[in-house]
Each structure stands twice: as structure tokens, then as C-alpha cells.
Design a protein. Structure first.
Length: 309
């Protein structure tokens, strides 16, 4: 249940912010950014890779109403990030945010039923958060990574105050210097840790499929993810996304992050993650922090779609 745990205050605006991954993996991806500004809670969904019914149910189970959704950010249009159930009509009360690079494909397939809000680099969400976007390599059309700076939040530090921030990057072919710069120093970093190269090599998958995943335009390995995290230096929390069911293991992944100076959450296909507070460690001295309910990640469920699990 969402409890609006964190409050930061800046410029007379009180902001609470938490992040939860409803599901992540090759069978469907959807994450929730819940932001409450001056007592009004707004929701931004990142990807719509679950069915409308499941998305509504999971939100409801977390004390959230689908009608609180202001924005849906779409990283790309692969079916595990945009479920076909949304094709016939996306919610009218929410803005569908799509990169210009994906606009033509969306039009060809008649997605959304109405024009999406297209973006290229930066824009504002309904809750007032500022989003910076960049395209990364993934298959032909690429994928979009986001840095989201929260409205009215002012978390302290030696260098003064700054907005609390969330970085979100999944389905990355490879990590670029530009991505590192975009994400550097975010409070919470959600990033994919897709596969173990050894398990990939021993999987029996055909060469072309392994090449698609590991060839620089597919997904990040566990070690590529770890190296990116070390360069980005997230301040508080790392949320690992899109673990392969066949070619990865949560226990193996957890062992790679032992001794790290951030809190770790490993997401699952099967059940939502815990709520992750954004800006907790450096909350302003007027802020308050309340406990969040633990929701432990588990192993992935069987795949529902055709993407390599
Ligand atoms: Zn994916």
C-alpha cells in the first residue's frame, strides 16, 4: 500500500515521491512513479507492458487509482513494453509520451487511438517533474532512457540543494558516455541487468538470438550493468530491471552487488517490487521519513510472449 512516505519541502512546495516496479521482464514491463505535490497525488507509469486489467488491479492493490495516472512514458514499442491490450485505446485522462523516433511506428499500428504527446529531449510531466530523455541502442528503433527530476524537492548535500531524481534505463544495447552523464548522481537508479554471459552461452539458444541480445543493440549483461552503476554513482538505491528468466539468476545478481554502498532491489516478472523512496538519504531537515512495506522480489514467471525470456 502506498503511504506517501517521504516528504521534502522546497520553495514552499511539499513533495512526496516513491517508485515501484509492477513487473519487469520479457513478459511485460510497467513501473509506477507516484508523486504527491501539496497533498495531490499524481501517477506516472513508465511503459504499459502489462494488460490494462492487470495494470489496474496491481495499482488498486497498492492503494492507487488508475484515474490518478497523468502520464505514461513509453521507452519503446516492443510488446513487452506496450501490451496489445492498450492498442484499442489508451486512457483519455493520461498523456501518452512517445519519442519522435517511435511516432511513425505507433501511427502505422494505429496505437493509442489518438495522437501521442511526442518528445525529443526534455519535457514536463503533469505532476511538474522535469524529464530529460535520450535514445539508446536497442534493435532498429532504439529505446529511450529517462532522468526525472522531481518538482519542489530540495535534498541537501555539501554542494547545496538539488532536486530529488530517478533514472530509468532498460533494454540498453550498450552504455554510452552520454547515458552516464544523464544519469550521474541520481538518487534512485532503475537499470536493466539482463543476463549472465555464461548462462547465455550455455543456454542452447541459436547464435543469431544470442548475437541479438549480446551484440551491442540488445540488452546489458550483469557486469555491464554493474560497471554502469559504478560510473553513475547513484546516491541511494539501485533497482535492477528485466532479468532474463532463462539466462540469469537473482541470487547470482545479488552476489555481484555485495558490499555496495547503495540499497538494492531486484525486480521480478511475477510480483511487484517494494516501494522505493526517492531522495531519502539526503532529505531536507524539514522532511520526514516513514517506513515502507517490504515486498520481496521473487523469480520470474513463465513467459507469456515471444521475446526471449
Ligand atoms: Zn524488453
Amino acid at each position: 500500500m502506498f503511504d506517501g512516505a517521504l516528504t521534502t519541502e522546497g520553495a514552499g512546495i511539499a513533495t512526496t515521491a516513491e517508485f515501484c516496479v509492477l513487473a519487469s521482464g520479457s513478459s511485460g514491463n510497467c513501473s509506477v512513479l507516484a508523486v504527491t505535490v501539496n497533498g495531490v497525488r499524481r501517477i506516472c507509469l513508465i511503459d504499459l507492458g502489462l494488460s490494462p486489467r492487470r495494470t489496474r488491479r496491481l495499482l488498486h492493490e497498492r492503494g492507487l487509482d488508475f484515474h490518478q495516472v497523468d502520464d505514461c512514458l513509453i521507452t519503446h514499442l516492443d510488446h513487452d513494453h506496450f501490451h496489445q491490450g492498450w492498442v484499442s485505446g489508451t486512457p483519455h485522462h493520461a498523456a501518452m509520451r512517445l519519442h519522435t523516433r517511435h511516432e511513425a511506428r505507433a501511427g502505422r499500428f494505429g496505437l493509442f487511438g489518438r495522437p501521442p504527446r511526442v518528445f525529443e529531449q526534455s519535457f514536463q510531466l503533469g505532476c511538474g517533474a522535469t524529464v530529460q530523455a535520450m535514445v539508446a541502442a536497442h534493435d532498429e528503433a532504439g529505446v529511450v532512457a529517462f532522468r526525472i527530476d522531481l518538482p519542489g524537492s530540495a535534498v541537501g548535500g555539501a554542494g547545496g540543494t538539488r532536486p530529488a531524481s530517478l533514472g530509468f534505463a532498460t533494454d540498453l544495447g550498450h552504455v554510452t558516455d552520454g547515458l552516464i552523464e544523464l544519469m550521474r548522481g541520481v538518487d534512485v537508479l532503475a537499470i536493466e541487468s539482463n543476463y549472465c554471459p555464461t548462462m547465455q552461452a550455455e543456454s542452447g539458444r541459436p547464435w543469431f538470438l544470442r548475437q541479438r541480445i549480446m551484440g551491442g543493440s540488445g540488452h546489458l549483461s550483469n557486469h555491464e550493468c554493474l560497471e554502469a552503476i559504478h560510473r553513475i554513482e547513484p546516491r541511494e538505491h539501485v533497482v535492477l530491471l528485466h532479468l532474463s528468466r532463462e539466462c540469469n539468476c537473482p541470487d547470482l545478481v545479488a552476489s555481484l552487488h555485495e558490499g555496495c554502498d547503495y540499497t538494492l532491489t531486484i525486480t521480478s516478472q511475477a510480483r511487484p517490487s517494494r516501494w522505493v523512496r526517492i531522495g531519502r538519504a539526503t532529505v531536507s531537515n524539514r522532511g520526514t521519513v516513514a517506513p515502507t512495506p517490504p515486498t520481496l522480489p521473487t523469480h520470474a514467471s513463465p513467459p507469456l510472449a515471444t521475446m526471449p525470456p
